[in-house]
Ligand binder design. Structure first.
Ligand SMILES: [Zn+2]
Ligand SMILES: [Zn+2]
Length: 328
């Protein structure tokens, strides 16, 4: 079965870092960062349900206007996650336009903003019908760094230092339930929507409940044993705009383990590491160190500075050398 997450970096290694994650067999997508999204068509944009903003520097947030333009007039809700002061930033953007005609729109377009603090998430809502006037929805506790908890996946986060809070995000499949086609045949089960239902029971841990198939009752655990194989899920990490500091590294060490796919900024080369420190960014070598730290299986460098145009192979080599370096 393919991974739940189908992911693509929209603007290559040098453009604004934006990661589009389409969720296999679901009707919605996620977006990590909101810089240049002109590579997405309207259909792809309208599938976006949640946007995870690392921090509202312009190169990570100016695509908000395009998103707003496409969603305006639609009966949809978009959720935005980000660090302080993301609520103020969204409010400021919305205040940049005149909304004198939207109160007679029929649709219910709504933006919900989740501002992530250390232990809490503050929520605010902006409804088109109310001319996008801010409404506070209170706060929610953050448990185990988890900000989204769905049936088959979670999204976790950590706040890092970029001389402003900058958040890295982790998109994790809980585990994978693989249906064994040969076993279906062997035990005379047919392929059909009931398998989806069976998976829902397994994800919910309802292993002792009964399930009826062709007038015969089975225990969920029995069916799981017969026709499925459980394997660890895919973990995608999106890490950008941070300084290489002890505190940041310690935070990453705690939250990120066994990452399947790592998207990470590699803005500067090691020879410019002073500049990287001054700008609160990483070098390719430091990105390689983090890749090793989180035991990444695959790494995609991104957000490479224009001063390194034409040097992609050098950036990649520097990163890989550090990532694959053995610790003696
Ligand atoms: Zn940036
Ligand atoms: Zn930045």
């Amino acid at each position: 079965m393919p991974s739940l997450f189908q992911h693509k970096l929209l603007n290559g290694a040098y453009g604004d870092p934006v990661l589009y994650i389409n969720l296999f067999s679901k009707s919605f997508s996620y977006l990590a960062d909101l810089g240049d999204i002109s590579n997405l068509n309207n259909k792809e944009i309208l599938k976006i349900k949640k946007v995870f903003v690392s921090h509202p520097h312009m190169d990570h947030f100016f695509g908000f206007d395009k998103l707003l333009r496409i969603f305006l007039g639609k009966d949809k809700t978009v959720e935005i996650f980000g660090p302080e002061p993301i609520i103020k930033c969204v409010e400021g953007k919305l205040k940049g336009y005149v909304w004198n005609l939207v109160d007679n729109y029929k649709n219910n377009f709504t933006i919900i903003v989740n501002e992530i603090h250390h232990r809490k998430m503050y929520k605010a809502e902006f409804r088109c019908k109310e001319k996008f006037k801010k409404r506070f929805l209170g706060s929610e506790k953050i448990r185990n760094r988890t900000i989204v908890n769905e049936e088959d996946h979670v999204v976790k986060c950590e706040i890092l230092d970029h001389r402003t809070p900058s958040i890295c995000y982790f998109f994790e499949e809980k585990f994978k339930i693989n249906i064994l086609k040969n076993k279906l045949k062997e035990y005379n089960f047919e392929v059909g929507p009931w398998l989806r239902e069976l998976k829902t029971y397994i994800y919910a841990g309802k292993l002792d409940e009964e399930f009826e198939y062709n007038n015969k009752k089975y225990k969920i655990s029995e069916l799981a044993e017969l026709i499925t194989k459980i394997t660890p899920g895919v973990k995608i990490a999106y890490i950008t705009d941070l300084v290489f500091s002890k505190k940041n590294i310690e935070k990453l060490r705690k939250i990120a383990k066994d990452i399947s796919i790592l998207y990470i900024e590699a803005t500067f080369l090691n020879k410019d590491n002073r500049r990287a420190r001054e700008r609160f960014h990483l070098t390719a070598k430091q990105a390689g160190f983090i890749a090793k730290l989180v035991n990444a299986k695959k790494v995609y460098p991104m957000h490479i500075s224009p001063i390194n145009t034409g040097k992609y192979h050098i950036v990649k080599k520097e990163l890989i050398n550090e990532w694959k370096r053995r610790v003696n």
